[in-house]
Structures are given as C-alpha cells and as structure tokens.
Design a protein around this ligand. Structure first.
Ligand SMILES: [Zn+2]
Length: 274
C-alpha cells in the first residue's frame, strides 16, 4: 500500500485508520538559499526525509502533502521568498492536522523543515491536542537544528569551521548535492558568515542557542548564505540523509507508542486530596 496520504481512496483510508499509522505533516518554506541552491531547498529536504522514512516503514506512516510555505517575512529582501502570516500558518497547519484527527487518526506528527516555523509548529500541535485529544507533536529532523540526531556523522565528516552549517551552508548544500544534484550550482557557492556567534546566541551545530532571536536576513547576509557551502560534498549529504532517516524512523516508532490516556475531571474525584 502507498504511504502517501492523498494517494489512497476513501475505502483504503478507512482501512488505514484501523491500522493507525502515524500521519506525518511535512512543513517547509520557499526562501533564498544563497546563489547556489534553489529556493525550494527546505521543502525538498523535509519532504525527502518523510517520504524515505515512510517508504521504509510503510505500515507505520502516512505522509500528508507538504505545507510548502512558512514564516518568512524576514527573508523578503531576497527575490522569490514566499511569506505567510504567522497566525494564518498556525491555523492552517493545525486545521490540516485536525482534519486527520477528525477521521480517527490518533497520532499526528508535524515535521518541520524550516527553523522559523518551529514555534508555529509547536503551537499548531498544541491546538490539535486541545481540540481533538489526539496525540499531536512537532519536531525538526534537520540535523543542524537537532544536534542529537546526526552527531556521529557531523563529528566524522564535517569539513567547515564553526558557523559553517547554519543556513545554505555545508549541511543543506551537502543534502541537496545528494538529493537534487542537478539543482546545485557549486561554482556559485560562496562562504559568508554574517551571523553573530556569542556565548548565549549561536546557530552552529552542535551548541544550542539560549537566546531566541531572529533578525532580518539582509542585515547579516548579502548572498543569503550564513555558513560555508564551498566544502560540501554529496558523500556528506548521503551520510547525513541516511542517519537522519534512520533516526527519524526510530523517533516516529516511539512517538506511535504514546498512549491516549483519558482525561479526568478533578473537580469531582479530586475530593480525595482535600
Ligand atoms: Zn534551509
């Protein structure tokens, strides 16, 4: 059976609901990724991770069509970026997930591929839980965002210096060299590191940033790059992709085990604790 949600017929969908795979909702964006990568980079990467994971565990996952636009106002100085209002996005993404919950799917995972979408994905997931009772969560499989996923590969194969992987840098370029080599113009790749690296604020793998702050992109980058794409290789991309998919399958399998426990109104039974 297919693992693409929208390729099923409705009777097949009824069967799928009985089987209870995790419904994955990939959430990306269209934004500049330097002079060497296409503006669909985030969409390509997040969708590829979801589809490959579901291909390997097709009984356990169903992949919804990608939400291709995200929170991107801060990139609008670069030609081609599409930005959608943040309230609209929370509503839209949670409406899609809620629809799946209304059909009886109990486990829905918003899979985010664009850093700035993360807080919106979190809030959308919370709304789904509060309105449907389903288990809905959000995560970012991007190794540059979640350092725990690809640490062994990073420490072995990374070639750039600190600050090199942040945006359109070594990480995303390597993945695109693996996934869409015909769309990568390596001869146009430039190294640019305009992002700040402070004690409590930095974007580089694997140190987490304590401060949450997003400036206008054109204030820190002329090319759109924040990182070093020039050292990226398809081999690094393949290794990153492989380990990300592997870890992601494991992650989804654990997510699927989260029980849907009943709520309890403690206004009544809470008497016991008086
Ligand atoms: Zn990106």
């Amino acid at each position: 059976m297919t693992y693409r949600y929208d390729e099923l017929t409705w009777p097949e969908m009824r069967e799928a609901i009985r089987r209870q795979p995790v419904v994955l909702l990939p959430f990306g964006t269209v934004e500049d990724h330097g002079p060497h990568l296409p503006i669909n980079t985030d969409n390509v990467i997040v969708e590829a991770i979801c589809l490959e994971a579901a291909r390997r565990a097709s009984e356990e996952m169903l992949v919804l069509p990608l939400v291709a636009y995200g929170l991107d106002e801060h990139h609008m100085d670069f030609p081609g970026t599409i930005s959608v209002d943040m309230q609209t996005l929370i509503g839209f993404v949670s409406d899609v997930a809620l629809s799946a919950a209304r059909h009886g799917f109990t486990h829905i995972l918003i899979v985010n591929g664009h850093g700035s979408n993360a807080p919106l994905a979190d809030l959308a997931a919370r709304r789904v839980v509060l309105e449907s009772g389903a288990i809905c969560g959000a995560m970012s499989p991007n190794a540059a965002i979640d350092p725990t996923l690809a640490e062994p590969i990073f420490s072995q194969m990374r070639r750039s210096n600190p600050g090199g992987v942040a945006h359109a840098g070594e990480y995303e370029t390597a993945l695109m060299l693996h996934l869409r080599p015909h769309l990568v113009k390596m001869e146009r790749a430039v190294r640019e590191r305009g992002q700040l690296a402070l004690e409590y604020f930095n974007w580089d793998h694997p140190r987490p940033s304590i401060l949450s702050w997003q400036d206008w992109w054109s204030r820190m980058s002329e090319s759109g790059v924040c990182g070093d794409p020039t050292v990226a290789t398809a081999e690094f991309g393949q290794a990153l992709f492989e380990t990300t998919v592997e870890n992601f399958v494991r992650f989804v399998r654990e997510f699927r085990t989260i029980p849907m426990r009943p709520r309890r109104d403690q206004h009544e039974v809470g008497e016991r604790y008086a």
